[in-house]
Write a protein that binds this ligand. Structure first.
Ligand SMILES: Cc1cc2nc3c(=O)[nH]c(=O)nc-3n(C[C@H](O)[C@H](O)[C@H](O)COP(=O)(O)O)c2cc1C
Length: 166
């Protein structure tokens, strides 16, 4: 049976909270912090869901800096990868979910299948690195301003990515 890894980086807990919800909705999924996740562990999974918040102004969540080095060293061929990002549209409208956008920019250099693009209509930001060709590169969430929309967004997105996973 194929295995799914839900890997998250989270500073105050929002991305961890969402990662745990996502893990419960997927079959045979394990939820792990990206902190100290090795190349060997990452490669054990057929499907990978990656979640990062955005910090600084448009930067990765702290634990992601080390993690992306491991991720980029992995053989990801044959793997299916989906991303989700947490950000704050009201206070950071020009860098909303940029962390997810940065992750996408790295992953598109690798041989892997990226799934889970998401419509951008329902948001209020002015710029985002995660907005590419008219859509978000993964599920964008905003626990700071729109926590009431999170469950609906997650459930709808999961139904979509489930059909793409092995
Ligand atoms: C100092 C600081 C900088 C932030 N920078 C951004 C940003 O550039 N873009 C964005 O979308 N969100 C930004 N955020 C919002 C966080 O990404 C958001 O609160 C997120 O839910 C935190 O998730 P975490 O607890 O999993 O790290 C920032 C928050 C803080 C406190």
């Amino acid at each position: 049976m194929s295995k799914t890894g839900v890997f998250y980086g989270s500073t105050v807990g929002n991305t961890r909270f969402v990662a745990e919800k996502i893990g419960k909705l997927l079959v045979n999924a394990e939820v792990l912090s990206v902190k100290d996740l090795s190349k060997e562990t990452i490669e054990l999974y057929d499907n990978i869901v990656l979640g990062t918040s955005t910090w600084g102004v448009g930067s990765f969540q702290d634990d992601f800096y080390k993690f992306v080095v491991q991720l980029m060293a992995c053989d990801l061929s044959g793997k299916t990868i989906a991303m989700f990002g947490l950000g704050d549209q009201m206070n950071y409208p020009d860098t909303y979910c940029d962390g997810m956008g940065r992750l996408y920019e790295l992953l598109r250099q690798k041989e892997c299948t990226i799934v889970g693009r998401w419509p951008a209509d329902d948001y209020n930001f002015s710029e985002s690195r995660a907005y590419v060709d008219g859509k978000m590169v993964g599920l964008a969430l905003d626990e700071d301003n729109e926590p009431d929309l999170t469950d609906y967004r997650i459930r709808t997105w999961i139904e979509q990515i489930k059909t793409m996973f092995k």
